[in-house]
Design a protein around this ligand. Structure first.
Ligand SMILES: [Zn+2]
Ligand SMILES: [Zn+2]
Length: 155
């Protein structure tokens, strides 16, 4: 029950907009819910850009995504010719990736403190995981892309 006396469903208690930012705070990102399942990408490119065994990624439709970069610090690197990996050129934090011609942006989940209500879609490119990377949780593992994503490689 809230002040109006109307009982709220659980979904209505979730934030409408999730706010995140890079390490230095110059680049801010906003994602409007509901959130798509988060995936953990173990591909070689994501590992290296994250400096970690995997990158946690939130796929976000363009209409649900806002980026604020008033100092124009967002830079990009293309490990694949048609895919931009965007990061803060001041603090180095990975921010998102996007593929030419694909509207969905793949936002780095570590930018957010609060992702209440997010679900976990599983591990992708598990076949490319580092030999020292033991995936020990019970989430689904996919050798490459998660089911339902037709377009090519990597997060
Ligand atoms: Zn930054
Ligand atoms: Zn990847």
């Amino acid at each position: 029950m809230n002040d109006s006396g109307i009982e709220q469903a659980d979904a209505e208690l979730l934030p409408e907009v999730y706010a995140g930012h890079c390490l230095c705070g110059a680049i801010r990102v906003y994602v409007r819910g509901p959130l798509a399942p988060m995936v953990y990408c173990h591909c070689r490119q994501c590992r290296r850009t994250a400096g970690a065994p995997f990158l946690a990624v939130l796929p976000v439709a363009p209409e649900a995504f806002t980026l604020e970069d008033p100092q124009r610090l967002l830079g990009e690197f293309r490990a694949s010719p048609d895919k931009a990996r965007c990061f803060c050129t001041r603090c180095g934090a990975p921010v998102l990736s996007r593929r030419d011609g694909v509207p969905v942006v793949r936002v780095r989940a570590g930018l957010f403190d609060d992702l209440a209500g997010v679900t976990h879609g599983g591990h992708i490119f598990a076949a490319s995981a580092a030999p020292w990377d033991d995936i020990t949780d019970g989430l689904a593992r996919y050798p490459e892309l998660e089911p339902g994503r037709a377009t090519a490689p990597t997060s």
